[in-house]
Ligand binder design. Structure first.
Ligand code: FE2
Ligand code: FE2
Length: 297
């Protein structure tokens, strides 16, 4: 099975046309059997528009997606109190209308393998330990508020826009349990895992935390906490015999393909208005992953 895999398309008006053009060209060049998008497709209110666009670009084959943190943005404003409520209110109907498989809700079964996945969230497990800014140590409370301990215009914006996000550990844990239950629901010997947030350090695409000067770190080091879900990776390792590959996005930094202990994984690495895509051939025994040259439009 040949997959066209991408992520973090962020199909908001500023660059929607440009990104869709790239996608059209990739579909034409690769003639994939299925299209896979690892989250951050747009924002909740744009769900119908963007899923319709994806279906127009890829009219016949399976479209398999997971949601990203931005896809939940706006849910809280609309009165949704949980991520699940945002999915139901904004994504479920368009997904059915355009026959898009939302892995957050169900697995996708092909003859060869089962696609399992979901959003993922962050469990603060990739935070750099012992960070200090101007002598002030960063505590768990800072992370749970999304703000570093010093004056900075930077904050983790999910806290303004996603429902229920102040309960970071609870959401992260629920995401791990949801993906695990979907793994357990398949009897397939081969699983292709699609997540928005990276489950492994190797897929963050940022320098190792040990490279940081902990007493004078750059402000971006604070935001490492929100890059992925370490407990998700620990859970996935229990099923490494079954896993054929893992793909993620979210950090906007490419990583891999890398061997994660018997199975390959990669982070797509799309950035705002700068999409990246991969062709993944899932044929046995090992899957082949080839990046599509970046397009200049
Ligand atoms: Fe993103
Ligand atoms: Fe994201």
């Amino acid at each position: 099975m040949k997959l066209l895999v991408t992520s973090d398309l962020h199909l908001v008006r500023a660059w929607r046309e440009m990104v869709l053009k790239a996608l059209i060209q990739w579909v034409r060049e690769a003639s994939p059997d299925a299209l896979v998008v690892a989250g951050d497709i747009a924002v909740a209110a744009e769900a119908d528009t963007v899923l319709g666009e994806l279906r127009r670009i890829f009219p016949d084959g399976p479209i398999i997606i997971v949601l990203g943190n931005h896809d939940f943005w706006g849910g809280a404003l609309a009165g949704c109190r949980t991520l699940a409520a945002t999915v139901e209110r904004f994504w479920q109907v368009p997904a059915e209308r355009y026959q898009v498989t939302l892995l957050d809700q169900e697995n996708f079964y092909s003859d060869e393998l089962t696609f399992v996945g979901g959003y993922g969230h962050y469990d603060l497990g990739f935070a750099a330990p012992g960070l200090r800014y101007e002598g002030k140590i960063v505590t768990r409370e800072h992370y749970l508020r999304g703000r570093p301990p010093i004056e900075s215009p930077l904050r983790w914006r999910d806290f303004d826009w996603m429902p229920g996000v102040t309960d970071v550990p609870k959401i992260a844990h629920a995401q791990v349990e949801a993906v695990q239950s979907k793994i357990l629901a398949t009897s397939s010997r081969r699983i292709f895992v699609v997540l928005h947030t990276p489950p492994f350090e190797e897929l963050l695409g940022v320098p190792d935390a040990s490279m940081l000067d902990l007493n004078d770190p750059p402000i971006r080091a604070f935001f490492r906490a929100y890059l992925g879900n370490r407990a998700m990776g620990d859970m996935l390792r229990l099923y490494s015999e079954q896993i054929a590959g893992v793909v993620c996005g979210h950090t906007h930094r490419a990583a891999g393909p890398v061997d994660l202990g018997g199975f390959p994984g990669f982070n797509v690495g799309s950035d705002y208005g700068a999409p990246r895509g991969f062709v993944v051939d899932t044929n046995e025994p090992t899957i082949g992953i080839r990046s599509i040259p970046e397009l200049v439009i």
